[in-house]
Ligand binder design. Sequence first.
Ligand code: SAH
Length: 219
Amino acid sequence: MSPDAPVSELRNRLVDSLVRKGYVVTRSVESAMRSVPREQFLPEGIRQDAYVDSPLPIGEGQTISAPHMVAIMVEKLDLVPGNKVFEIGAGSGYHAAVVAEMVRPDGHVFTMERIASLARFAEQNLTAAGYGDIVSVSVGDGSKGLPEEAPFDRIFVACGAPDVPSPLLDQLADGGKMLVPVGGRMYQDLIKVEKRDGKVLKESHGGCVFVPLIGEFGY
Ligand code: SAH
C-alpha cells in the first residue's frame, strides 16, 4: 500500500498485522485499536509515521509506546466496560485513549504525567480525539498513586520501575489487576499483579523496554 493511502487504511493494515502476529487477540482490543487515531497523538512533524509499529519521540526525551506494546498491555489488563483505571505516564495520551475505548461508556481513566508540558499535550490530544469526558489528566508523581480516586479496578505503569510501587498496590481494589514494567533503567520484565481476597499474586509476562519511572517510588 502506498504511504498516501487514507489514514484509516494504514491503521487497519497495522491492526491486521498485530492480529496476525498474535499481539491482538480479543475482539474488543481489536476494535479499540482500530478506533483510536494514533496520528492525532503525535507531534505534527512525525504524523506520517503513526502506523509504523515503533515507539516515537513526543518531546522532553519521552516516547509514545509502540502499538504492539499498547496491544500487549491492553490485552493483559483484561479490561471490561465500567472499569476505573489509573495510568502512570500519560505521555501523548494514546494508551489512555485505547483503554478508554475498552471501559466506555461507564468507566473512567485517570492518567498522571510528571512533565507538565506533556500532561497538557496529552489533554489536548485526548480532547481533540473525543476522549475528554472519559479520561482525566493530572500532573504529578504517579508513583505515589492517586489516593483521592482510589481504589482502582485496573492500574498500569507506562514506564519502567525498580519495583512495584507500594502505594499502587495499596490503591488496587480487591479483584483488581495491575501491570508494571519492573527492572533496570534500560530493560524490564512486564509484571502482572493481581489482588485476590487481600492476597497479592505476581506473574512475569516477558521482557519490555520503557523510559524510567522517575519519582518517590521510582528512580
Ligand atoms: N502512555 C504514553 C507513553 C508514556 S512514556 C503514551 O501512550 O504516549 C512514559 C511517560 O511516563 C513519560 O511521559 C514520562 O514523563 C512519564 N513519567 C515518568 N515517571 C513518572 C511519574 N513518576 N509519574 C507520572 N509520569 C511519569
